[in-house]
Design a protein around this ligand. Sequence first.
Ligand SMILES: Nc1ccn([C@H]2C[C@H](O)[C@@H](COP(=O)(O)OP(=O)(O)OP(=O)(O)O)O2)c(=O)n1
Length: 145
Amino acid sequence: MSSAMEEEGVSLEELKKRMAEFAKERDWDQFHSPRNLLLALVGEVGELSEIFQWRGEVERGLPDWKDEEKQHLGEELSDVLLYLVRLSDICGVDLGKAALRKMELNAIKYPVGICKGSSKKHTLFHADKSDANGDIAAVDQGHRQ
Ligand SMILES: Nc1ccn([C@H]2C[C@H](O)[C@@H](COP(=O)(O)OP(=O)(O)OP(=O)(O)O)O2)c(=O)n1
């Protein structure tokens, strides 16, 4: 197995394989049930959140953070990713394909012409295609979900 530092652009497929090997070697398949993996994932999201907790808003790129802090952040982000990849695998979901499909759905739900420059949820948009400026004609109709 090559070192993580040597690899660039690792695929979800590769991470999936490595997580499967990691679990098999340790006889951990018995513990990697969907529910256990989901709880582990949520726990890691909590650890990730702790890094940002009480810091207020932070600048993009985290210019004021120490190297150790950024490394720690990378570790927690990785734990979340790895459990997500493993959970998807154990549930029989092709995460890459599912994510690409979801992005297509997102693009349909949030057309550039309607939502550019706005962070409103799609349920709040009321598209007015006759708007000559192409501006957002967002009518706040309240949440209808
Ligand atoms: N049953 C397990 C336990 C761990 N891991 C892997 C996936 C995660 O990337 C990492 C999680 O390990 P820990 O539970 O030790 O959590 P942390 O690495 O966050 O350590 P700590 O909780 O001490 O900060 O190890 C796994 O696949 N299956």
